[in-house]
Design a binder for this molecule. Sequence first.
Ligand code: NAD
Ligand code: TYD
Length: 332
Amino acid sequence: MTRMLVTGGAGFIGSNFIRYQLAAYPALEIVNFDKLTYAGNLDNLRGIDDARYSFVRGDIADADAIGPAVERCDVVVNFAAGSHVDRSILGADEFIETNVTGVYNLLEAARRHGAERVLLVSTDEVYGSIDEGSFKETDPVGPRNPYSASKAGGELLGLSYFHTFGVPVSISRGSNTYGPYQYPEKVLPLFTTNAIDNEPLPLYGDGRNVRDWLYVDDHCRGLDCVLRHGAPGEIYNIAGENERENIALTHRILELTGRGADLIRPVKDRPGHDRRYSIDASKLKALGWRPQMDWDEGIAATVRWYQENEWWWRKIKSGEFLEYYRRQYANR
Ligand code: NAD
Ligand code: TYD
């Protein structure tokens, strides 16, 4: 593996992954191919000054653009996606375009080119909600919102390309990820930056939904383990092993920002809101990976990062973001 194509590398997890790979593998070259949607941000890669790294602006849903990029590389890691459930409920077009058609284009290009490996970065949300216990990779998918359904669609195409054409596709299913450079539409950076500004925290429903929080570095190490030690045609869960109710997460953010519970604003629930996500990561752990970040330390470091990097999020929380915020939260 000498040259890696990272699609969606200007987003949250992709940018953290690029930093991690450049630091860990001195001989590796990385091409970052990203459309720079509202969520793509070259500030996420600021400070990378390395001849082994290059950026191409392009859309994976455009077969003519993604084909040549795939041909230049040995390995493809796809992060490019519409990634926010609430936006997929407001309108799913771009989710189908990128998460299904875009993945199809990537797979076709990888098939023609004979790529060494394709890693489709997916999500535990494809399983749907589980009240007790944890999903394993052998469980059927049951996505319940347009985002997770489109991710499941991309995954199924990937597996079909493995079985039909022998394209060496692996799939990872990570749980809710947190850390620096996360677009402030997701609950953790949204609530943190709102709390810093003394603005209300819009908590959906009864606040008892459960998410399994995975620190972004642990997610990146999990992806690396899948790439280097996982098998083609296989799916790997990447769990934080750190399940929290949203209300508990909210109180922690308030404590860390020195704000009171009066900022919590219970609002109408998300339609089709999955109650609990939980996955079993034994399969990846058998390859030597495990989550390392302690939750108290991880959340404290993350909140501190947003406190210390207002330059990064203040310019995002303007323009397009404010228009989205109004559509999503006004009259809720
Ligand atoms: P993000 O929204 O922060 O970043 C997505 C990136 O993809 C952006 O840079 C955007 O510009 C780019 N992009 C979008 N459409 C594109 C297109 N058509 N062509 C090229 N680039 C395009 O997302 P994220 O949170 O970093 O998630 C990355 C991946 O990880 C996604 O596939 C997501 O489904 C998956 N995932 C995310 C989480 C999470 O908690 N954030 C958890 C598990 C899995
Ligand atoms: P989110 O960060 O959107 O991730 P996902 O929906 O992919 O799990 O939401 C995490 C949890 O936080 C989810 O249960 C919904 C809840 N939530 C709120 O209560 N208020 C909000 O404003 C947002 C964005 C999410």
